[in-house]
Write a protein that binds this ligand. Structure first.
Ligand code: CUA
Length: 330
């Protein structure tokens, strides 16, 4: 992609405007930016010009009288900035109110931030790792954190708000174009901060309800191992546990099920159904050697049926590799 076509597509400074408030935020930002750029150039330019023009030359003598002040000039250079900052203040406050006042009919999604992922709970109780919303409908997010302060940031929507443990913060937007948009955590929250990414999927009219219906009925419509694979991706397991044997914050799931695992502080356990269930519900009970006790509990967040599906998925990951594992003398 050439530079020019990139600029034409993505814009020079700001990301795509994906929400109803984005144009207002951008207009205000550009106003402040260009005013600042103008005065920066004016002030620094005059300063440099004066430094050169009035530098001390040989044969310089101090004048007997120099002007002490100029009332008209001083009123002008106070009055113009005063007007400009008042325009910025009033305009900014108006945009601030728009961003902070959700319409009464907004669709509500609960958001949980935790090290290091986002969970979205829909009104029917379904939980997903990505945010899905209908296009052209106001959506209100009620957000809280399980651990430290995070910050929910969707650049394309021009909305960002801290997500704080022990309290609820709110944010709303109305997406204007179907598509997928990046979500960042914008508050440093530890090792995995920069990986605390997810996306907002904005659905075409009618598509959102269809998606929610399908996603909430995974267990009824899919075989357990396949439902387990989806849960693994959508409920945050994938952030820390790989399935290909590569390292992560938690142990890999490859060749895990049915195998012996060494525990922190000595001893070992066999990764059977009860071990997996316990590790999901009481993650601190048995920590695998070489890993930190950082996993949050899923008690109350995964149903029994979902845990069973996850176990079914783990079994497929072990079965694929059973011959190799057996050679290692288990
Ligand atoms: Cu969560 Cu940074």
């Amino acid at each position: 992609m050439s530079f020019l076509s990139f600029v034409a597509e993505k814009g020079m400074f700001l990301p795509f405007q994906g929400s109803t408030v984005a144009p207002a935020v951008d207009a205000l930002f550009k106003f402040i930016f260009w005013i600042s750029a103008f005065f920066f150039l004016l002030i620094v330019g005059l300063m440099l010009a004066f430094v050169i023009r009035f530098r001390k030359r040989p044969g310089y003598t101090k004048p007997a009288h120099a002007p002490t002040h100029n009332t008209l000039l001083e009123l002008t250079w106070s009055g113009i900035p005063l007007i400009l900052v008042m325009v910025m203040g009033v305009w900014g406050f108006k945009v601030f109110l728009d961003i902070n006042t959700p319409p009464a009919n907004a669709y509500e999604v609960q958001v949980t931030g935790q090290k290091w992922k986002w969970l979205f709970t829909y009104p029917n109780g379904y939980v997903d790792e990505a945010l899905h919303v209908p296009v052209d409908q106001p959506v209100r997010l009620v957000m809280t954190s399980e651990d430290v302060i995070h910050s929910f940031f969707v650049p394309a929507f021009r909305v960002k708000r801290d997500v704080v443990p022990g309290r609820y913060t709110k944010l709303w937007f109305r997406a204007t174009k179907p598509g997928t948009y990046q979500v960042f955590c914008a508050e440093y929250c530890g090792t995995g901060h920069s990986d605390m990414l997810t996306s907002v999927a904005v659905h075409e009219p009618g598509g959102f309800e269809k998606w929610l219906d399908q996603a909430s009925n995974l267990l009824n419509t899919l075989p357990p191992a396949e439902a387990g694979r989806k849960l693994y991706q959508s409920r945050g397991c994938a952030q820390c546990h790989s399935v290909d044997g590569s390292g992560g914050i938690g142990p890999t799931f490859k060749e895990l099920f049915g195998h012996k695992v060494a525990l922190r502080g000595g001893g070992q356990a066999v990764a059977d159904e009860d071990y997996v269930r316990e590790s999901i519900l009481e993650p601190m009970a048995k920590i695998v050697a070489g890993f930190e006790p950082v996993m949050p509990t899923y008690k109350g967040r995964l149903k029994d049926q979902e845990i069973t599906a996850l176990i079914a998925y783990l079994k497929t990951l072990a079965a694929e590799n059973r011959p190799a594992a057996e050679e290692k003398g288990r």
